[in-house]
Design a protein around this ligand. Structure first.
Ligand code: IVH
Length: 710
């Protein structure tokens, strides 16, 4: 399955013994403080390989083998459990789940009356003993037979009431975890107190439960999923009763337990919970499927390690351990200098992760990272992977400190370090060349002749600092530049003159405001009609535009405030003023009307015709590749050199395009690198537009900077 590695079955008794030793020490570390160099997937795969060996060599089973033991035989404690705290069998696919369910029904010799499907919470199992409704003792699972007394931690656990709604003698069982918010807060507190941050929420929950006499208080969360001493007719009734008594349960979450009548419904709920995973405010490492009825549970009974009436459908881990090879510093278009982790490639949920964001320099310091460290990396859904923390205890002494830049890595000027996000003191000016090239691009102001070295010449000569300065360039100035004759000067000036009349959407787009590509610029222009109205818009007004949420609105306002000098110059130079943005409706009439209006006013054809009409008509994905069907072939170079094909495809999708692996009549763009082969031939045959990696990187502009820059 995706993201799940298969460990090879040991080939010899010695290899088997080594595998057992590795699993035992990983389990010990995991149950002690969650800090193990083996990720969850690798541990599961290793235990499966050990079990496979033992099946073939039953005489050789070592006494400390983790097979069939709760917590891999690792955890100890001295408080005996009233009833053993069992673990769960695992299945790793829908098929394995169906097989397991069929096995259970065979054992029962009747269909399961109903199922209950709930999240598998990624924390630590605890037993909370109540006497006359008052919390008397809190115990870890330990080895399932006895656990550790962690009553000292109880008071900081949300969802674990000190007193129940009824004066019962009962034991609640469930999972204690750190929500993402609690995890972030815990690490803030720890670093403020000079402690190393927790590597991940599970590790944090384990550490917090064990810690005594801390100078700070870390809040945790409890979700109950079981009880000893409550006699309900089934699992879902039990969960409802637990909630009534005042305990936290997963019922309040989007992944709420659901009673299902059939296995099809079960599989569907499993899918739903899996899909919700990225949005949940806490980690889950699977979905638990339980026979709901108490009568079915009783009849099925229990094995030594796990009940026969419940199973965990495991999901691939999102935290993986890998090595931090380097830290790169990239300068974004606005001058932000962002660190990015270069990692030993690691597979997370089927995606090879090579880079991860480190947010800002303070983040590196906070996490105490060093080059060469083993680090926990987290990736979920579409988010950019992030480095969470180093495994300090794995250090060998060969790790090196991370060098922070002393000057802007792009222009060499000073760095403004007054904010958490470091910035080149030149701000947008640092990237004047890139900004000008972007503004002059075909989808923005469409000024031919500013794509190559011309923009560099203009900036280096001091003639332009930003896009607005293009509109005061004189013939005399241009003629002083190398390789600029009369003809090319006239041509460039004419192209600039034409750009003055570009519609608002394109002028706005040319500003390169973060979070606004072509589509968003079109929507904003269509909504407000003039640059003055856009500038006057407050957060609420901006949020009326489709696709702009509160956060994006604030970002746009901030960016526009920063761009005020450029906007003023543009207004004074009559750029984007001549053409009122046509009111756009979705539909052919509106499209044709808009195209014609823009065309006649601009008088250049730029931004009109096919492009203009299509722009007005289509409601399309956002981004520089919106509406494009893109195929990549050959070796990428330049800024794209380090990207895998998969990462290239992700990039295309994020840029609004559709990535595909083969060239067909639907393909609109082929990115062809070195040694491109048959795909290039086919694209040429079909008349598909072909560009190289550099041009492609330029096309992605902003977006590529954001992604590569973290
Ligand atoms: S039921 C007798 N339900 O997963 C039934 N366990 O890998 C035992 N876990 O030891 C557990 N979420 O720590 C159950 N909804 C859930 C759970 C859950 C997380 C944990 C629990 C268990 C481990 C097994």
């Amino acid at each position: 399955m995706t993201g799940m590695k298969d460990a090879a079955v040991p080939a010899s008794p010695a290899a088997y013994a080594t595998a057992v030793a590795t699993a035992v020490s990983a389990a010990a570390a995991y149950y002690a403080d969650g800090a193990t160099p083996l990720g969850d997937d690798e541990y599961d795969a290793l235990v499966r390989a050990i079990a496979a060996y033992e099946l073939a060599h039953p005489d050789e089973v070592l006494p400390d083998s983790p097979s069939g033991k709760v917590a891999g035989g690792a955890a100890v404690g001295d408080v005996p459990h009233s009833v053993p705290m069992l673990s769960l069998e695992n299945v790793f696919s829908a098929e394995e789940l169906a097989d397991w369910a069929a096995g259970l029904e065979r054992r029962l010799a009747r269909p399961v009356a109903a199922w209950c499907v709930e999240p598998k919470l990624d924390g630590l199992a605890v037993a909370a003993r109540y006497r006359s409704g008052r919390l008397a003792r809190l115990i870890t699972r330990g080895d399932g037979v006895a656990g550790e007394d962690i009553s000292h931690a109880a008071e900081a656990i949300l969802g674990l009431p000190q007193e129940l709604g009824e004066p019962l003698d009962v034991e609640l069982r469930g999972e204690v975890l750190l929500t993402q918010e609690q995890f972030d807060r815990a690490n803030e507190l720890r670093t403020a107190h000079g402690a190393t941050p927790f590597a991940n929420p599970r590790n944090g929950a384990a550490g917090t439960l064990r810690a005594k006499d801390r100078a700070y208080r870390v809040e945790l969360t409890f979700f109950a999923y079981g009880a000893v001493g409550l006699d309900e007719s089934g699992h879902s009734a039990l969960l409802a009763r637990l909630a009534d008594l005042g305990a936290g349960t997963a019922a309040v979450t989007a992944a709420a337990p659901r009673r299902c009548a059939t296995l099809d419904e079960v599989q569907q709920r499993v899918e739903e919970i899996t899909a919700l995973r990225a949005e949940l405010p806490f980690g889950i490492d699977g979905v638990v499927i339980k026979a709901d009825a108490a009568a079915d549970q009783e009849l099925a009974g229990e094995g030594s390690r796990a009940p026969r009436w419940a199973v965990a459908r495991k999901l691939p881990a999102r935290h993986k351990v890998t090595r931090l090879l380097d830290v790169e510093w990239n300068v974004g278009r606005t001058g932000v200098i962002a660190p990015r982790a270069v990692l030993d490639p690691v597979l997370i949920e089927g995606v090879t992760v090579t880079y991860a964001t480190l947010h800002n320099p303070a983040d590196i310091t906070r996490r105490g990272l060093m080059i060469g460290d083993q680090v926990f990396v987290y990736r979920a859904g579409d988010v950019i992977p992030r480095v969470e923390a180093p495994l300090v205890e794995q250090r060998t002494g060969a790790e090196r400190p991370i060098a922070f830049p002393e000057a802007c890595p792009r222009c060499g000027d000073a760095i403004d370090t007054s904010q958490q996000r470091w910035r080149c003191v030149r701000g947008r000016g640092c990237q004047a060349v890139a900004s000008i090239r972007y503004a002059a691009g075909r989808d923005q102001l469409d000024i031919e002749g500013l794509g190559g070295s011309r923009a560099v010449q203009l900036v280096e000569a001091g003639f332009v600092d930003d896009v607005a300065d293009l509109f005061t360039l004189t013939k005399e100035q241009l003629l002083t530049l190398e390789r600029m004759g009369e003809t090319s000067t006239d041509k460039l000036l004419a192209a600039i003159e034409a750009a003055r009349l570009q519609p608002l959407a394109r002028v706005f787009c040319a500003l390169g405001v973060r979070g606004t590509g072509r589509t968003m610029s079109r929507r904003i222009a269509a909504h407000f009609g003039s640059m003055a109205a856009i500038r006057a818009a407050d957060q609420d007004a901006l949020a009326e535009v489709d696709g702009i949420g509160a956060d994006k609105a604030v970002m746009i306002i901030t960016e526009l405030a920063e761009l005020a000098p450029v906007l003023e110059k543009l207004a004074a130079r009559d750029v984007g003023q001549a053409v009122r943005e046509p009111v756009r409706r979705v539909g052919a009439d509106a499209g044709a009307g808009a195209g014609a209006a823009v065309g006649s006013a601009a008088g250049t054809g730029a931004g009109t015709g096919a492009d203009g009409v299509a722009d007005a008509e289509r409601v399309e994905a956002e981004g520089p590749l919106a509406g494009q069907a893109v195929v990549v072939t050959g070796a990428m170079t330049g800024r794209l050199a380090a990207l895998s094909r998969n990462e290239m495809n992700e990039l295309i999708e994020r840029a609004g395009g559709k990535a595909s692996s083969s060239v067909s009549s639907r393909t609109t763009l082929l990115v062809a690198g070195a040694k491109a082969g048959s795909k290039l031939g086919k694209a040429e045959q079909l008349g598909v537009r072909v560009i190289g990696p550099e041009e492609f990187a330029e096309l992605l502009g902003d977006l590529l900077g954001d992604l590569l820059g973290g």
